[in-house]
Design a binder for this molecule. Structure first.
Ligand SMILES: [Zn+2]
Length: 385
């Protein structure tokens, strides 16, 4: 496949991808197969969705209505109504659809938080790892808390079964329990040599400040680059203590994942006045050199009824709250969060890239080795002769 007129490093180039999905040559004009004119579209890294909940996505309707819209009620309905109906065949069917949507929209890498309760995550790891169009990292997520039911033992069983990342949810415990759970999560992460990515302070309680302890623990154990704070939306992040936290985060090199679509919907439901924004302060974090990437979080489920897995839409939503939200938050920074090297566009390398068309919310072309998605929509308005 020859891709012509693609903007690469500031100039128009041609890229030839052979039948093995390898970039055979750049600017060599081989024409022994399909030719796709990129019409000046810019080449970028594939997108990373740094935080998602795959096995519960597209399950809206499996549950009774979430009357309050609050996260805590959504989580209870998820546990009681949704998870018991999530079978392996059901997940396979939805996953097929989800990976097609993700692929068409340029996302090739995903970090997926799966609830470990009652062995749910353990049962799904193999099929999540077998997806052909997207690469999925599975986080063993101890929702609603590590001390709930048999979650602490189940966490280790889930890692033994092949989970890639240790999850956390300290704000689901009381204060003492939350601190203990952070320490336990790092013990398990070090035992299995796995990264930590926790739901941290995803709550409107201004007293919830587990982010401080999470960062301290990461620093104490030299686990910063292997640590991600997801959500981080408690309304207490302000003033001198927060500045102190920012400095520690920078030093420790932890990552932060912001989920603008869901948290703008979920947060601020407990206060009558001065409704908090519901997002971690992206610009402050970026200005301190802290790695920040974006996730779609829940899509069409009991927690969040909207969403579409299109990271360009997530980026757009982030920009409506933060005037500056760079493309890096769904590309380069996402790879750093996931602790993987981004693919490079060089001769001899596997073809993995996205070509963007100016003004469009869907990439023109997405290539993942031998697979590609071409999104060409043509419309025409005319008059009948
Ligand atoms: Zn989440």
């Amino acid at each position: 496949m020859l891709i012509t007129n693609v903007k690469l490093g500031g100039r128009l180039s041609n890229i030839y991808v052979n039948s093995e999905g390898i970039i055979e040559c750049i600017n060599c004009n081989r024409r022994d197969g399909q030719v796709i004119n990129a019409e000046g579209g810019a080449l970028t890294l594939p997108f990373v969705n740094s935080h998602v909940h795959l096995s519960q996505a597209l399950t809206l309707g499996y549950n009774r209505k979430n009357e309050t819209g609050k996260l805590i009620d959504g989580l209870a309905l998820l546990r009681d109504d949704v998870l018991p109906r999530v079978t392996i065949d059901d997940v396979k069917r939805r996953l097929e659809k989800i990976q097609l949507i993700m692929f068409m929209n340029g996302t090739l890498y995903v970090r997926d938080h799966e609830p470990i309760l009652n062995g749910n995550a353990r049962r799904l790891i193999t099929i999540l790892h077998e997806t052909s169009l997207i690469k999925v990292q599975v986080v063993a997520c101890p929702s609603p808390s590590l001390s709930f039911s048999d979650n602490e033992n189940e966490m280790e069983r889930t890692l033994e079964a092949g989970a890639d990342v240790v999850g956390a949810m300290p704000h689901g415990e009381d204060r003492e329990g939350g601190l203990k759970s952070i320490s336990k999560v790092f013990d398990i992460a070090q035992k299995f040599n796995k990264p930590v990515d926790g739901h941290i302070d995803e709550i409107d309680d201004p007293e919830s400040d587990f982010s401080f302890y999470m960062v301290s623990e990461a620093k104490r154990r030299s686990w910063g680059k292997m640590t991600t704070l997801s959500h981080m939306v408690s309304s207490q992040y302000q003033g001198a203590m927060f500045r102190n936290l920012l400095l520690r985060m920078k030093e420790t090199k932890v990552s932060v994942v912001i989920n603008p679509e869901t948290n703008l919907h979920l947060q601020g439901r407990y206060t009558e006045r001065e409704v908090p924004r519901g997002l971690a302060p992206l610009q402050l974090l970026l200005s301190q050199g802290i790695n920040v990437s974006l996730g779609s979080d829940n899509v069409s489920d009991v927690i969040f009824p909207l969403g579409d897995f299109n990271m360009l839409n997530v980026l757009e939503r982030c920009k409506t709250s933060e005037w500056y939200c760079p493309l890096d938050t769904i590309t380069t920074n996402g790879f750093r969060t996931l602790n993987i090297d981004p693919p490079s566009v060089n001769e001899g390398m596997k073809a993995e890239f996205v070509i963007l068309k100016e003004g469009s919310k869907t990439p023109l072309l997405v290539v993942n080795g031998k697979h590609y998605a071409l999104n060409k929509m043509t419309s025409y308005i005319g008059t009948v002769d």
